[in-house]
Design a protein. Sequence first.
Length: 241
Amino acid sequence: MSSYAALSDPPAISVRQIAEEQIRAAIVAGDLLPGQRLPERMLGELTGVGRTTVREAVRQLESEGLVTVVPHRGPTVAVLTEQETRDLYELRAMLEGQAGRLCAQRGTPVQAEALLRSVDTLEQAWLRRQISGVMDANAAFYAALLGGAGNDALRQALGTIHNRLALFRFSSTRWPGRTAQSVVELRAIAEAVAARDAAAGERACIHHIEAAAELALIVLAERARGAAQDRRQRIAIHQGD
């Protein structure tokens, strides 16, 4: 093997990185819920690695904001506050607005067509009530948008934000009328990119995220009310013992 070939080979993925991705994927998919405890034994069973590797993976996920380590309680799936949610959506709107602008300026006709096709696929999946198909089409849309933007740092930054806000994405697919409106918003982005209208692409992306943020805050408030009601019920049961 030549020295050039050795230098160009992609770095091997470590066992710790594989474990990180498995835990991260479970959080993003909603299999591990906000506030849920993450005992080392459970994470070991999930990932198939030992405690030392689990701890290293948890430290990395804590640095990404996906996991919170509570003293004397151990790691839990992070819970976003209202202010954290507002901040993340505000940043996401700015970054995705730039992604829409860059994609309109730099994207190829193939990428524009991929955006339009993914919106059609998303709409058809929703009409068939195939939630997994909706999520796959949404992922394809963002892959085309960020691929067309051609900025790897922007892609990585948005990937981290998308992971932290993943649970809201699952909630939105079940909120009456939201997916239908999302189709309209995503189609506006795709059409702006196809027309190479950078300003319209940026506006459409920002509008889409602002609408998503509004729903996320409603969902967050409902969860807070539900949690408060559960606490009151537990207190009442305890007092009745």
